[in-house]
Design a protein around this ligand. Structure first.
Ligand code: ADP
Ligand code: MG
Length: 286
C-alpha cells in the first residue's frame, strides 16, 4: 500500500498519538498489547479501539494474534510519523506522487517553499543483515530491526549530503526525521535516460565530482548511470546512503567498483574507453 497524502491529511490527532505510542512501546514489546497503548496514550479504551481500527484500514499498524494479541507499526505508519513531523515543522505543505520506488526506498515529490523531494528509506529484514555487518553497535535483539536500519540508512545519507553540500553537486538536504529525508528537487533525468551530446565532458565532470567527494572523505558506494542526473547543463550525484570513507577496509575495492560501473556505462553507450589506472589516480589524487 502506498502512503497517501489524503491519509496523512485526514489523520486525527489521536491517531498520531496512538502511532507514537506504538512506536515507543515497540522498544519493549514485539507486539504491543492494547492495554499498554491505552496507558501510554492516555486515551480511553473505546477511543483507542476506534482509532486503531482506522489506522489498520490505512495500513499503518498491523494486528497479530501470535504469540499473543497485539499491534505493531508497519512502514506506512513509520513513514507517516516522519512525514507529519515534516509537515508540522513547515518543511513541506503537501505531498505529491511517488516518482521512484527502489528496493530500499520510495521517493515522493512534495511542496515546501519550492519543489521538494522526500526520500523514505525502507530497509527490510533481509537487507538489514547487510547493514548490520561491521556495525556492532546495532542491537542484536531489537523487536523492530527494520525501524533501526531504515533510520540508520537515512542518517547515513543525510550525513553525506550535509557534509558534501557546497563541495559536490548533490541535492541540498533540508531536513530529516526518522527514516525520511527532505531534499531539493533536481531537474533533469538520470544518465541512463538522457541522450548526451557531450559525453566526454560529462564523464570528466563526473570524475571531478567523485574526486571532490573523495577529498572530503566520501566514496559513493553505488555510483552508476542510475544515480547520476543530468539537467542539460550539469550533473548531480544522488543516492548516498551506502557511502564509505577512504579509510574503510574495503575502500579501494568499493571505489574501483564505482569507477568501473560508470566508465563501463560510457563505453557501452558512447564507446568512450578509459584507462582505469588513470581514472583511479584522477579521483584519489595519487
Ligand atoms: N533530489 C532528487 N531530485 C529529483 N529526483 C530525485 C531526487 N532524488 C531521487 N530522485 C528520483 O528518485 C529515484 C530514486 O532515488 P534514489 O535516491 O536513487 O533511491 P534508490 O535508487 O535507492 O531507490 C532516482 O532515480 C530519481 O529518479
Ligand atoms: Mg538510486
Amino acid at each position: 500500500m502506498h502512503l497517501s497524502a489524503d491519509h496523512i491529511k485526514t489523520l486525527h490527532k489521536y491517531e498520531i498519538r496512538i502511532l507514537q505510542s506504538v512506536e515507543y512501546l515497540m522498544n519493549r514489546y514485539s507486539l504491543v498489547p492494547v492495554d499498554e497503548i491505552v496507558k501510554n496514550s492516555r486515551l480511553s479504551s473505546g477511543e483507542v479501539e476506534f482509532r486503531i481500527a482506522k489506522l489498520m484500514e490505512k495500513g499503518m499498524v498491523k494486528y497479530a494474534q501470535v504469540p499473543y494479541p497485539g499491534y505493531t507499526l508497519v512502514f506506512n505508519g513509520y513513514d507517516t510519523l516522519a512525514v507529519s513531523h515534516l509537515v508540522k515543522k513547515g518543511i513541506i505543505s503537501s505531498l505529491g506522487s511517488c516518482i521512484g520506488e527502489g528496493k530500499e526506498s520510495r521517493v515522493y515529490e512534495a511542496l515546501g517553499t519550492g519543489p521538494v523531494i522526500l526520500k523514505l528509506h525502507r530497509i527490510g529484514q533481509r537487507s538489514f543483515q547487510t547493514v548490520r555487518k561491521g556495525r556492532s553497535y546495532l542491537p542484536e535483539k531489537q523487536h523492530c530491526p527494520w525501524v533501526i536500519a531504515s533510520h540508520f540508512s537515512a542518517e547515513q545519507e543525510y550525513l553525506a549530503l550535509s557534509s558534501l553540500q557546497n563541495h559536490v553537486n548533490i541535492p541540498t538536504p533540508l531536513a530529516m526525521n526518522r527514516n525520511v529525508i527532505a531534499m531539493t528537487y533536481i531537474p533533469g533525468d538520470r544518465l541512463s535516460e538522457s541522450p548526451l551530446e557531450n559525453p566526454n565532458e560529462v564523464l570528466e565532470e563526473i570524475l571531478s565530482q567523485v574526486h571532490a567527494a573523495y577529498k572530503r572523505g566520501y566514496i559513493h558506494g553505488d555510483l552508476s548511470e542510475y544515480n547520476v542526473m543530468y539537467d542539460g547543463n550539469q550533473i548531480w550525484i544522488i543516492d548516498w546512503p551506502q557511502w564509505v570513507s577512504p579509510n574503510h577496509e574495503n575502500a579501494a575495492e568499493i571505489l574501483d567498483h564505482d569507477l568501473e560501473t560508470i566508465t563501463k556505462f560510457f563505453f557501452r553507450r558512447y564507446r568512450i574507453s578509459s584507462d582505469m589506472d588513470c581514472v583511479r589516480s584522477r579521483v584519489t589524487g595519487c
